[in-house]
Ligand binder design. Structure first.
Ligand SMILES: Cc1cc2nc3c(=O)[nH]c(=O)nc-3n(C[C@H](O)[C@H](O)[C@H](O)COP(=O)(O)OP(=O)(O)OC[C@H]3O[C@@H](n4cnc5c(N)ncnc54)[C@H](O)[C@@H]3O)c2cc1C
Length: 483
């Protein structure tokens, strides 16, 4: 059987796997990406980027190529359809960016291909084994089975992860209680009063049905009524089924012309207990699964990849200690755990109940309060993600007012120390792997994923800086020169 070697094997060319591979490439580590599909389907489950993902893609210069595909800036997010005003967020992107998942994947795939290792489609992972030194993956290809051996494996193969199953990694949580369908349709007759803008969900008829205009006469419909509960995941979504679902909500003034694409999903809510299993790192839907409420899944996966990529690259290049990989779990697991909580809560707010509208009215009133809106918007948008940290700033995202000083470094996915000249001397032994930007501001160490790795408490404070540099960047190298 043919055998291949790679530093890192990424299983799954969805947004998470592609972002992880693009990050690794930027940090000088070649990853091989495989995917079971024969090629990109061109279909999009997710339709929008949350503000924190927009900040991260922008930091790498990857938002720019998406601009021609952006349908709209959506000033509001939502919690179970109740509007959240993103104007309250302290970010240069106080809105969602309406752009299809397929376009995001295309841009990331281009980065991966440009690094010299295009995605290997029609490569399905069928078995995985690992020892202390390497991980070996059996792969089924159109020309027969092959074997890949890698130092690390990123399991980004989605909700039904073959890697998870092959390693016997449990996926604990709650099984599906609601089954739903999604379809992109052309309407032969529009229901009266249908908005041409992003509309909140409407409730009625024992189910729910969102109708979102995608442009070009196509609407995205999401629905989940009684009929969907008994249908298997593999059943195709038919025009007659969509018609019945829309009539339940909009009455008989609506007529479905054509179903362009359809798929089924559920409110199952699960998360792996540890994101790292030896040399295997779980990310995206392979690590966490939840109701796609509020538009968070793709964004979580992207942010997993931005957290993992630079750490894995540092370890593979022998610069950082392998324990750095454990911080990926420590930082990202609680973030997804919290999303599982908010999506389960959102699920309850869509379950048919005679008093559902009353509960929604009360919650809607509460969310109209600026403090409540800011709190929930901060969570759903990813802007308030905060990793564990020793001081008030450590673990927070880089604020916009320092983004310009960090820009050149973040474009290259390099950490940067910003502050007075004295910090440059202290960081000298890490000069091969951290940039320096002189500023009168008090010192701050910005990680490659635009989170703060260390912050001075005042203008002359250097406490903890060398410890933080060693923690994030590995052992110091004497006599190097800062760029
Ligand atoms: C209806 C719906 C609407 C959604 N809307 C939003 C939204 O608005 N915003 C948002 O943020 N998220 C949304 N999501 C969630 C989002 O689409 C997912 O979270 C996202 O696709 C996860 O990306 P991923 O790369 O982790 O996994 P996936 O996108 O599932 O990619 C996994 C890849 O792995 C491949 N693979 C699987 N098995 C193997 C194997 N054995 N070998 C090799 N490759 C394999 C698959 O072919 C696939 O390409 C929505 C989801 C649904 C169902």
């Amino acid at each position: 059987m043919p055998e291949y070697r790679a530093d890192v094997l990424v299983v799954g060319a969805g947004p998470t796997g592609l972002a992880a591979a693009a990050e690794l490439a930027l940090a000088g580590v070649g990853a091989v990406v495989i995917d079971a599909l024969p090629g990109r389907s061109g279909q999009s489950k997710a339709l929008a980027l949350q503000p924190r993902s927009a900040e991260l893609l922008d930091a790498r210069g990857w938002l720019e190529p998406l601009r021609p595909h952006v349908h709209a800036r959506l000033p509001k997010g939502h919690f179970a359809g109740l509007p959240l005003d993103y104007a309250a967020l302290e970010t240069r992107f106080p809105h969602q960016i309406a752009v299809e998942q397929a376009r995001i994947e295309e841009v990331l795939e281009e980065r991966v291909a440009a690094a010299g290792s295009p995605v290997r489609w029609s490569h399905a992972c069928t078995a995985v084994r690992q020892d202390d030194d390497e991980v070996t993956v059996a792969v089924e290809t159109p020309t027969g089975p092959i074997e890949f051996t890698a130092r690390y494996l990123v399991a980004a193969d989605g909700a039904h992860s073959a890697v998870r199953r092959a390693l016997g990694v449990p996926f604990p949580g709650r099984a599906a209680r609601m089954r739903m369908a999604v379809a992109d349709i052309v309407l032969a007759r529009r229901p009266p009063g249908l908005a041409d803008e992003w509309a909140p969900p409407e409730f009625g008829g024992g189910g729910f049905g969102y109708l979102l205009p995608l442009g070009g006469g196509v609407h995205r419909v999401l629905f989940g009524g009684e009929e969907q509960q008994s249908l298997d995941r593999s059943e195709p979504v038919t025009a007659a089924e969509v018609q019945r679902a829309l009539e339940a909500v909009h009455g008989d003034g609506v007529e479905v012309g054509e179903v362009r694409w359809g798929s089924r999903f559920s409110d199952a809510s699960r998360q792996v207990e540890r994101y790292r299993h030896g040399r295997v790192l779980f990310a995206g839907d392979a690590a966490h699964l939840h109701l796609p409420a509020g538009g968070q899944g793709l964004n979580l996966g992207l942010q997993d990849a931005f957290n993992l990529g630079w750490k894995l690259a540092s370890v593979v290049r022998g610069r950082a200690w392998t324990s750095l990989l454990d911080t990926y779990h420590d930082e990202r697991h609680p973030v997804a755990a919290r999303v599982l909580v908010n999506t389960r809560a959102q699920g309850v707010l869509t379950v048919p109940d005679p008093d559902l509208l009353a509960v929604r009215e009360v919650l809607g009133d509460l969310l109209a309060d600026p403090a409540a809106n800011r709190r929930v918007a901060g969570e759903i948008s990813g802007i308030d993600v905060r990793y564990p940290g020793a001081d008030p700033l450590q673990g927070r995202r880089l604020p916009d007012d320092l983004a310009e000083q960090a820009r050149a470094s973040l474009l290259a996915a390099r950490p940067v120390l910003i502050g007075p000249e004295v910090l440059r001397e202290i960081a000298e032994p890490w000069g091969d792997r951290v940039d320096f930007a002189s500023a009168s501001a008090t010192g701050i160490l910005v990680r490659p994923d635009a989170y703060i790795g260390w912050a001075a408490s005042g203008p002359h404070d250097i406490d903890g800086l060398t410890g933080a540099l060693a923690h994030w960047l590995g052992a110091p190298v004497p006599h190097s020169t800062l760029r």
